[in-house]
Design a protein around this ligand. Structure first.
Ligand SMILES: [Zn+2]
Ligand SMILES: [Zn+2]
Ligand SMILES: [Zn+2]
Length: 169
């Protein structure tokens, strides 16, 4: 087991990286993509996306509802669910099926596969394009004459930041 995480991954940690930068980049990309595609990035859609990008942790819909209420007065659940549907359709967020929760997409400006690494300790989800993994799976499925409909792979485990703390405790 060579679990020597590279610096790039450590830099991704919410404790060491500039997360405002992540969030601003995501919102900026969303603005650009929506205007290119001629779809409206309404205030509620923006707010939901901003809330999801508050961290790299997967967020459940009801947590979003809780957080929106104090500011927007009466955010109806349906409004928030519609905003989530929109963000999913536009590829700006992903659903982590195993957690029934959402994360902001880190690669929304390009076509990519989804390899979602979920830490059971800190609940952060790291998205990786995982091209090689997906290629291998595509080959396997071809042999099985199986047509894939949804291409997200979710892996649960302990992230590189949590592993050292677990070992020392
Ligand atoms: Zn970040
Ligand atoms: Zn993505
Ligand atoms: Zn972790």
């Amino acid at each position: 087991m060579t679990q020597q995480s590279e610096m790039t991954e450590l830099e991704h940690s919410s404790t060491t990286h500039d997360h405002n930068g992540c969030r601003e980049k995501a919102i900026h990309t969303a603005e650009q993509l929506c205007s290119q595609r001629g779809v409206r990035f309404t205030p509620i859609r923006r707010e939901v996306l901003e809330l999801i990008w508050e961290s790299h942790r997967a967020v459940k819909a009801y947590d979003l509802l809780d957080r929106i209420k104090p500011k927007a007065g009466t955010a109806k659940p349906a409004t928030v669910y519609r905003a989530l549907d929109f963000l999913l359709e536009q590829g700006l967020i992903h659903k982590v099926e195993s957690l029934n929760a959402f994360i902001g997409c880190s690669f929304s400006d390009r076509r990519h596969e989804q390899l979602l690494l979920t830490c059971v300790q800190c609940h952060e989800v790291e998205e990786r394009p995982g091209e090689r993994v997906m290629e291998a799976i595509a080959k396997e499925l071809e042999q099985a004459a199986f047509t894939m409909q949804r291409k997200a792979i979710e892996i649960h485990g302990i992230c590189g930041r949590c592993a050292p703390t677990l070992m020392s405790s």
